[in-house]
Ligand binder design. Structure first.
Ligand SMILES: *[C@@H]1O[C@H](CO)[C@@H](O)[C@H](O)[C@H]1NC(C)=O
Ligand SMILES: *[C@@H]1O[C@H](CO)[C@@H](O)[C@H](O)[C@H]1NC(C)=O
Ligand SMILES: *[C@@H]1O[C@H](CO)[C@@H](O)[C@H](O)[C@H]1NC(C)=O
Ligand SMILES: *[C@@H]1O[C@H](CO)[C@@H](O)[C@H](O)[C@H]1NC(C)=O
Ligand SMILES: *[C@@H]1O[C@H](CO)[C@@H](O)[C@H](O)[C@H]1NC(C)=O
Ligand SMILES: *[C@@H]1O[C@H](CO)[C@@H](O)[C@H](O)[C@H]1NC(C)=O
Ligand SMILES: *[C@@H]1O[C@H](CO)[C@@H](O)[C@H](O)[C@H]1NC(C)=O
Ligand SMILES: *[C@@H]1O[C@H](CO)[C@@H](O)[C@H](O)[C@H]1NC(C)=O
Ligand SMILES: *[C@@H]1O[C@H](CO)[C@@H](O)[C@H](O)[C@H]1NC(C)=O
Length: 743
């Protein structure tokens, strides 16, 4: 009965103790992970050498190596490195002036674990001899050992970080040491140096975990432990031996290594895996791609134990920077080459385009320069000032005129001379024009101003018998003037019978003279600013298809400011037509034009040239010859044979007298152009009354009809001489019309 009770008590106690047991195998203790072959109990570890005891008595978890009694704390351990770091005691040997005070020499017996050669043996002190002895391998009798000596005095030069025998010494630890006894001795009991170095210290420490400091000679009192590495292997068999035995510890994805000198074997996860090789399925694949520990150039794909690299489309190779890398396929090379050449071509086009744009810009700037130089800005100002200008004349662009003249084609040249070249051109609105490339020798500001002035004024002149200025182009170095095109050549051509032109009849000559006189009279008096033509001659009188006279070429013309009726200038004009008074005095007046017109009248009468060196000396100058003949009453002899006159009509006598007055040496004795025009109109009118048929041939049938009343009124006005020359002009035309239509 008593036995039964006792058993029951034991059973209860057993159950209670089992109930309070912690999990059999602890996975960690404090900061240290415990994993096989280590373990927190007999059942958990490979053998007692790998036992870890977790002590919680202090409230903290402290892992002790082996049994709690060992006092060796584990600070780190790793099955994958086959290493365990323990805190090993420091040995010391201390003195006071009376002698030895305290001496400790730690010992270790590590069983199957060995003291790693990654440790070193260090001694600190100035009167120090330290050494250790220990067993290596399996020889029970052999003891191996080594140590070092450090000597120094108060005046010794001590260096931080240097452990080479002065204040500090160290030796390497031999491979395979399984135990040690440490011994510390003093030569002189630290006599005379106890004040700065009372003790000697010695310890094993992991390489890199201790640096000597001169202060250690005094302050190392407080340091009791230093980290030390132990390494281990399983059993006493080689991999080859162990592999075929029961209880072989290297599990899946691991391999057996014999990399270390001592007996036994170690396990390692194969490359590309990590974990504890001693535990089934703990070696796990490493995802190199995720961790970025690959050398793929483009794309990384993880595989069990490895990874593969792939190149981008069109490239091939192993894709590894350390390997062949990625290189372009043939087709890709072609594509790249195509791409590059396309880019190059594109670039070339861009550069060319840019070049052309810049070139064009340069051209535009040059045109602008000429435009300014030729007074374009001034002209524009004038245009904006009097808005009327706009519908009178036009500023042409260089392109318009280029198109109009078919790029200044040779075949378009009408005439060419010292003054420049005249081209025939067709504007975009099909108007036929004469384009004159005139010359402006050295352009001073005054000259430019004059040129612009003239352009503005002449463009405003709207007289039937003055060639109309349609516009100009200032974008060229030499300004271009655009005139209406007069189809039938110059009066000179007709009088002197150039080409196949038929000789002009007297009535046509008279009408041309009248119209020219009207035009000049208009220029002298009726235009807004008096204008002296300065170069009146048959060459400058153009004829249209109906023999209507058009005064042209104002290249030499002068504008006379209103308050001045004389102008001192350089003598300019054509010999034979030049006013002798002007030639002498350089004083230009409207009477100079009257003289020149007188010569034209004589030319019309005689059909001879104003100046000809082919004639006898006294006849060389036509005007003088004419005056002389007139005086002598020999007018008939010098009249143009082509007029085919049997007797001198009264009109010719009248015109001859008029010519004589025009040719007077003194300007004041000459009539004004207005008087000349009126006189000629009178002659013309009386002739039309006498011979109403004379002008029929040359009239334009398209002109609209006029009523008799209108015409009569106009005629009366004309006779009164009050009408402005332009109205007179249009009336004379109307008058002629009326006769043409037989009314
Ligand atoms: C654990 O690690 C922390 C920080 O790393 C440290 O403060 C602590 O003292 C360590 N504990 C033990 C028991 O070693
Ligand atoms: C030296 O140490 C011993 C032991 O601690 C002590 O008895 C003695 O008094 C000390 N001597 C001096 C001089 O401090
Ligand atoms: C260490 O010393 C102890 C006693 O002092 C001795 O029993 C032991 O055999 C020694 N071991 C070695 C390896 O010297
Ligand atoms: C060595 O370093 C300590 C501080 O770590 C310093 O107090 C001491 O003076 C240094 N010794 C020498 C010789 O530089
Ligand atoms: C050290 O002290 C001893 C006596 O203890 C003395 O004989 C010796 O001369 C001293 N040495 C020095 C270097 O002071
Ligand atoms: C010792 O010194 C080296 C270099 O001077 C340094 O890298 C290392 O961290 C130091 N070790 C310790 C424990 O202070
Ligand atoms: C290996 O160790 C076992 C026990 O752990 C022992 O019986 C055996 O003799 C050892 N073999 C060798 C070669 O040391
Ligand atoms: C991974 O693959 C590459 C190429 O296939 C090979 O060179 C390398 O040795 C492999 N690494 C491992 C750990 O298998
Ligand atoms: C590539 O090669 C270099 C040296 O050749 C080596 O340091 C590096 O670790 C290698 N990288 C990989 C991912 O294998």
């Amino acid at each position: 009965m008593l036995v039964k009770i006792l058993l029951a008590v034991v059973a209860v106690l057993g159950a209670a103790s089992a109930q309070f047991n912690r999990p059999i195998c602890e996975s960690s203790c404090g900061n240290v992970t415990i994993s096989f072959p280590f373990g927190s109990g007999e059942e958990c570890c490979y053998n007692p050498d790998f036992l870890v005891t977790c002590d919680r008595s202090s409230g903290e978890e402290i892992p002790f190596f082996g049994q709690r009694t060992s006092n060796l704390v584990i600070s780190d351990m790793s099955p994958s490195k086959s290493e365990v770091e323990i805190m090993m005691f420091v040995g010391r040997d201390c003195y006071n002036s009376s002698g030895l005070v305290r001496r400790t020499g730690p010992t270790l017996r590590s069983g199957d674990l060995r003291i790693s050669a990654k440790n070193k043996f260090v001694a600190i002190g100035c009167d120090t001899s330290a050494y250790f002895t220990g067993r290596r391998g399996s020889d029970p009798n052999g003891l191996d050992g080594t140590g070092c000596i450090s000597k120094c005095g108060t005046n010794s030069i001590l260096t931080n970080g240097s452990c080479s025998g002065v204040g500090c010494c160290e030796v390497a630890v031999p491979e395979g040491l399984r135990s040690f006894n440490m011994t510390l001795r003093s030569f002189n009991n630290h006599a005379n140096i106890t004040d700065f170095n009372p003790c000697s210290y010695a310890f094993f420490v992991e390489q890199g975990k201790f640096n000597f400091s001169t202060t250690n000679l005094l302050d190392f009192q407080s340091v009791s432990k230093m980290p030390m590495l132990l390494d281990w292997a399983i059993g006493n068999q080689t991999c080859d031996q162990a592999k075929n035995m029961d209880g072989f510890l290297c599990k899946g994805n691991s391999k057996c290594d014999q990399d270390y000198g001592g007996p036994g074997y170690r396990c390692n996860c194969v490359e590309g895996y990590e974990g504890n090789p001693y535990i089934e399925n703990d070696c796990k694949n490493i995802n190199e791609c995720e961790r970025g520990i690959h050398d793929c150039e483009h794309k990384c794909d993880d595989t069990p134990g490895n990874y593969t690299c792939t190149c981008r489309d069109g490239y091939s190779g192993d894709g590894r920077k350390n390997g062949t890398g990625c290189s372009a396929d043939e087709s890709t090379i072609i594509k790249i080459a195509l791409g590059v050449s396309t880019s190059v071509a594109f670039l070339f086009i861009c550069v060319t385009w840019l070049y052309l744009v810049l070139k064009k810009r340069k051209l535009v700037m040059l045109r602008e320069k000429y435009f300014k130089q030729n007074g374009g800005t001034m002209l524009q100002k004038r245009i904006s000032k009097d808005g009327s200008f706009n519908d009178q004349a036009k500023v042409f662009s260089i392109e318009e005129l280029k198109r109009a003249t078919n790029n200044y084609d040779e075949s378009r040249i009408i005439s060419k001379g010292g003054y420049g070249t005249v081209y025939k051109g067709v504007l975009s609105d099909n108007r036929i024009v004469a384009i004159k490339k005139s010359k402006l020798a050295d352009q001073t500001q005054v000259q430019i101003e004059q040129f612009i002035n003239e352009v503005v004024i002449f463009s405003q002149i709207n007289h039937r018998n003055v060639v109309k200025l349609i516009g100009c182009c200032l974008e060229t170095e030499i300004p271009l003037l655009v005139y209406e095109f007069i189809s039938n050549g110059t009066l000179s051509d007709h009088i002197h019978n150039k080409g196949n032109l038929s000789a002009l009849t007297w009535d046509i000559r008279l009408r041309i003279a009248t119209e020219t006189a009207e035009a000049l009279s208009y220029l002298h008096s009726a235009a807004s600013v008096p204008i002296i033509h300065r170069d009146v001659k048959p060459m400058n009188i153009l004829l249209d298809d109906n023999y209507v006279a058009k005064v042209a070429d104002f290249g030499a013309s002068k504008l006379i400011p209103i308050d001045q009726n004389e102008l001192a200038t350089l003598v300019q004009g054509t010999l034979g037509y030049l006013d002798p008074e002007y030639l002498q005095t350089n004083q230009l007046t409207d009477k100079s034009d009257v003289y020149s017109f007188g010569v034209v009248l004589v030319e019309l009468l005689t059909g001879k040239k104003a100046l000809s060196f082919d004639r006898p000396e006294e006849e060389m100058n036509l005007a003088i010859h004419f005056l002389f003949s007139l005086k002598q009453g020999r007018l008939f002899q010098i009249l143009d044979e082509r007029l085919q006159l049997n007797e001198v009509p009264s009109e010719i006598i009248q015109v001859s007298r008029l010519a004589e007055t025009c040719l007077r040496v003194k300007g004041d004795d000459r009539p004004t152009m207005k008087e000349v025009a009126m006189e000629l109109q009178g002659v013309l009118a009386s002739m039309i009354q006498k011979h109403p048929w004379v002008v029929t041939d040359h009239l334009n049938e398209n002109e609209s009809e006029y009523s008799v009343e209108e015409l009569t009124t106009a005629f009366e006005c004309m006779l009164e001489g009050n009408a402005s020359s332009s109205t007179v002009n249009s009336m004379s035309k109307q008058t002629m019309l009326s006769f043409a239509n037989g009314r």
